[in-house]
Design a protein around this ligand. Sequence first.
Ligand code: PGA
Length: 254
Amino acid sequence: MRKTIVAGNWKMNGTSKSIKTLLESLTAGVPVVEGLVTLVCPPAVYLSQVKQQLGSAPIALGAQNVSAQSAGALTGEWSLEMLEDIGCEYVILGHSERRSIFAESNADVADKVAATLAAGLIPILCVGETLEQRNAGETLALVAAQIDAVLQRVGVEDFASVVIAYEPVWAIGTGLTATPEQAQEVHAAIRAQLAECDADIADQLSILYGGSMNAGNAAELLAQQDIDGGLIGGASLKADEFLTICAVATESRK
Ligand code: PGA
C-alpha cells in the first residue's frame, strides 16, 4: 500500500517564537500510524531550529527549495549537502510560486529533482495549472509536460523515490479548492502517465493534493482513490487544523 503523506508548507511565515509554539502542539498531537508520513517545511533559516525541537518526534523535515549546484559562488542559495547535514529528508521543488515568481523552468525543476535524488533526499515535485490554462482545457497536457520534463531527465525508476504534489495554481492560498472530482481526474492522469512507463512504480507513487486543503475539506479530497495526502500551506500554520488533517488522513487509510 502506498504511503499517505501530510506535509506542511509554511512558506515565508513564522518567527523562532511562533514556530516553537506551533511545534509544541504538533509534536504532542501528531498520530503515529504505519504508512502515514507527516512533515513540516519551514523557511530555510529555521530548519535547524525545527530539527532540534523535533528531536525524536515522528515528524520529518523538509525544505521549500534547494540549489541544484553543489557549492560555490551562489549568494543566497543553499545546497543539498547542507540540507542533508542538518537532517532534512524532503525538498519541495517546482512549487508554482517558484515557477511564477522566481522564473523556474521545467528544466530547472528537473535539474533540482535529479540533484535531490542523487543526494538521497526525497523531492516533492509540484505541478499544476493556472485558471487560464484550466479554462482553455490545457490542464492535463500542461501537467503531463511538467512531469515529462522530469521523467526525461531522471527516468521512471527514480520515481520510486519521488512524491508528486498536484497543486492547481488557482486554488493556492485563495480559499478556492478543486472539487474532489477535479483533483481526482488529474491525479489519475498523473498515475496513468507513470503507469505507461512502469505500472508498479505508478501504483506505489504518493500523489498529494495542494491548494487550500483544510480541516473542513480534507476528508472528501483524501477519500479519492488517487489522492494520497496533502501539501498544505495556510492551514499548516494552525496546529489544530494540521492535526485534524493528519487525523483525517489516518482515517482515509482504513
Ligand atoms: P495553500 O498552499 O494550502 O495555502 O493553498 C498550498 C501550497 O502552496 O503548497
